[in-house]
Design a protein around this ligand. Structure first.
Ligand SMILES: Cc1cc2nc3c(=O)[nH]c(=O)nc-3n(C[C@H](O)[C@H](O)[C@H](O)COP(=O)(O)OP(=O)(O)OC[C@H]3O[C@@H](n4cnc5c(N)ncnc54)[C@H](O)[C@@H]3O)c2cc1C
Ligand SMILES: *[C@@H]1O[C@H](CO)[C@@H](O)[C@H](O)[C@H]1NC(C)=O
Length: 538
């Protein structure tokens, strides 16, 4: 049995790291958070690219807008300002997370410009479960500076993010290509491609954004997608944010066949995917989903052309899998995603750096370790806001460190790992962690007793119960009870919808009356009905 956990090292001060620090503090633990950049915020920080080191850092470009809506990505006990719009820019998010850090006094526990170089079991690890953490300060230019400090911690939370190390594929002939090749994490704005012929490669959210933005400035843009993606806009039926519309508890209970059938019109209703070259080879929910509101329009005005996967590069262009080619290419942007990377583990078996070998129980705990003193927060992707999942992960981790929640034995953990891995592989045809958010959130909430009992809620507060079941699954639901509840949770859920729509109601006019026409139409319909009934019954 490990000694009780008190001091916790948190690696990274992105959203996952900040939430982990908060969860440790509210549980009475003593977190020390290491952040290699000068600022907190992770992918949302708007620091100039030059100040970021080589390949790390996500894709933050000028036109970036969140792909999940405000109320769905809120921290469960820290509401977004009412006046923030329904979808957010990196500036909004950075300000929000800075205010979050300030509000809960997280700053004093964060060491900025300090990179974790090594995490290894302490000399007495077998008995205590402790870890040695070595860190080094970084100076302004981003280079490492000063001596390495070594400290012992009772536990470690790894929260260095999924967007750490750019992945660039390699194709035959790529070395001979004379144009420019870059990864999308170096992309800032379409202006940098003015007058050029550009090929964007990828089927992700960023591939779509880069292609659309480049198409406003470049002379021609091509988008190469091997399998393609299911493209969806931010507006759902009735103008509701699509993630709020899709992610409600009653819908999460429907079988996937039904959800697929119901969702298809939102992807295909207004578009012919074959004519646009946007058809995805995989079934809905089994391939990539791209949130994009403009791509169809860029295609129908000819500025953007979709192409299949690349077969090989030539000296000045590419040949695609269907034998067609593009010559005279100036730039290729690989929006091909990121690799997992944990350079501070000398032993790659602590957390593997690839999804095929990754063995995290419930996507959080290295399944084979004896002591539950090392956790990973932030390594899942979902169809909707990601951050509420990370927050629940961090709350669970804190409760396990405290000894209030227990993990099952290694065999059971490995079974869970295997079951999930096989299910995803079967679904996506590759190792990928992507699932609908609600069932996983409920599972996590159950582990810490933060899921309200529905029957009781229905009897005591039917309005709230119905909202929580039929409406969007807003994160404050998990602060109604359980450890560290928040008194504002009920209001936040009830007002979620108003907070989403009110900021854009900046021009309120009376709707023109349709009263007269409608009444006449109704009268005619009722008369016709009565006459036909009389005729039929006679
Ligand atoms: C373009 C883009 C758009 C997105 N849009 C949305 C959205 O709309 N909604 C949503 O919910 N999610 C979105 N996401 C996902 C987003 O990544 C997560 O929501 C969340 O911000 C990730 O936070 P994180 O802390 O896990 O990782 P990061 O934000 O990557 O933070 C990790 C931190 O760890 C630090 N670090 C790494 N290694 C070390 C080390 N050795 N020592 C010290 N520090 C280290 C890094 O500097 C970084 O600050 C988007 C992501 C991207 C890239
Ligand atoms: C939003 O973008 C991020 C980064 O590209 C991605 O991980 C996430 O899955 C996207 N969310 C949705 C709902 O597509």
């Amino acid at each position: 049995m490990a000694i009780p956990v008190k001091r916790v090292a948190v690696i990274g001060a992105g959203v996952s790291g900040l939430m982990s620090v908060k969860s440790c503090l509210e549980a009475g633990l003593e977190p020390v958070c290491f952040e290699k950049n000068e600022q907190l915020g992770g992918v949302w920080q708007t620091q100039e690219l030059d100040n970021l080191d080589g390949i790390s850092g996500g894709t933050i470009y000028q036109c970036l807008m969140s792909n999940s809506s405000k109320e769905m990505m809120t921290v469960s006990d820290f509401p977004f300002p009412k006046e923030y719009p329904p979808y957010l820019t990196p500036e909004h998010l950075l300000t929000y997370y800075r205010n979050y850090a300030e509000h809960f006094n997280l700053d004093q526990h964060i060491r900025l410009s300090t990179e974790v170089m090594k995490v290894a079991p302490s000399a007495d690890h077998e008995a205590t479960g402790r870890w040695e953490v070595c860190s080094r300060p970084r100076c302004r230019s981003g280079t490492l500076d000063g001596p390495t400090a070594s400290e012992i911690f009772d536990a470690v939370i790894v929260s260095t993010g999924l967007f750490n190390t750019a992945f660039v594929p390699s194709y035959p002939g790529q070395g001979e290509f004379r144009g420019q090749i870059l990864h999308s994490n170096r992309f800032r704005s379409g202006e940098q491609f003015a007058g050029k012929t550009v090929l964007v490669v990828g089927s992700s959210h960023s591939a779509g954004d880069v292609a659309v933005d480049a198409s406003r400035h470049a002379s021609q843009v091509y988008l190469s997608m091997r399998d393609g993606a299911w493209v969806i806009g931010r507006f759902g039926p009735g103008g509701m944010p699509i993630d709020a519309y899709s992610n409600s508890r009653w819908k999460a209970k429907l079988p996937e066949v039904i959800r697929r059938l119901a969702a298809r019109p939102m992807f295909e209703g207004r578009f012919d995917l074959d004519n646009l070259g946007l058809r995805c080879k995989r079934r809905l929910f089994e391939g990539y989903i791209m949130v994009n509101d403009e791509i169809h329009c860029r295609i129908i005005c000819g500025a953007l052309r979709c192409k299949p996967g690349i077969e090989r590069f030539t000296r000045d262009g590419v040949v695609f899998e269907d034998g067609t080619r593009v010559d005279g290419l100036d730039v290729v942007v690989f929006a091909t995603g990121y690799n997992l990377n944990f350079p501070f583990f000398e032993d790659n078996s602590i957390i593997a750096d690839n999804f095929a070998d990754l063995e995290l129980y419930m996507h959080v705990w290295p399944a084979r370790r004896t002591h539950p003193t090392l956790a990973a927060v932030g390594y899942v992707s979902t169809l909707g806001a990601q951050t509420p999942l990370f927050e629940l992960q961090s709350r669970w981790v804190a409760q396990v460190f405290l000894g209030n929640a227990r993990l099952p034995g290694i065999d059971e953990r490995m079974e869970d790992v295997k079951r999930r891995k096989e299910a995803y592989f079967k679904k996506f045809g590759k190792h990928r962690i992507f699932f609908p958010p609600i069932p996983y959130c409920e599972e996590l909430a159950d582990r810490i007793g933060a899921r309200p009992n529905f029957t009781r809620l229905l009897l005591t507060d039917p309005k709230l119960a119905l909202r929580a079941f039929l409406g969007p699954a807003y994160p404050p639901f998990y602060r109604l009870n359980g450890p560290h509840p928040w008194a504002g949770a009920r209001d936040a859920i009830i007002n979620g919808w108003a907070n989403t729509v009110n900021p854009t109601r900046t021009r309120v006019v009376e709707r023109p009356s349709t009263g007269g026409a409608l009444t006449v139409a109704m009268l005619i319909a009722v008369t016709v009905l009565i006459i036909s009934l009389i005729l039929v019954l006679n």
